[in-house]
Design a protein. Sequence first.
Length: 173
Amino acid sequence: MIRVRPLLRSKNPRSSASTKRGFTIIELLVVIGIISVISVVAFVSLRGRRNVVELNTTGQQVVTLLREAQSRSVSGLNGATWGVHLENSTTTAPFYALYSGAYASTNTAGYYRLPARVEFVTSTLGLGSSTNITFTPYSGASSVSTTITLRLAPDGTLYAVTIGSLGEITPGQ
């Protein structure tokens, strides 16, 4: 008959059965430090990108509103001239508004404030001044030929909108 002998267990404290597995505090601190650095870099990058997106969105909204005013004038909606009022106020937040006839707060069809980090920097629209851009009924020609420039306050990124005398509206950077 064959006898089976039980395996002898080693009493060596370094054997795989008796060693504890885990991380040292230094390893954990290094990993937490790396994650922190990556998080800060990502946050700063995304914050800057959000500001630029906000500037571009505002610029596109101004272009859309100018084209809406032009479209309403060309179609002769309400038999009135349509335009966009741009105000670079010192007492309230700068804004732009769609209106018919002559600009007044009572005949606006839309009122939009500039975001806190976006500002008008056009030479024809200095601080404390305003301008109206109207479009001729049926032809869509503009009352003025100008460029409206928006600036992102923290870093100076610009967004310019050019309005030609024939009514062409050109957005861009």
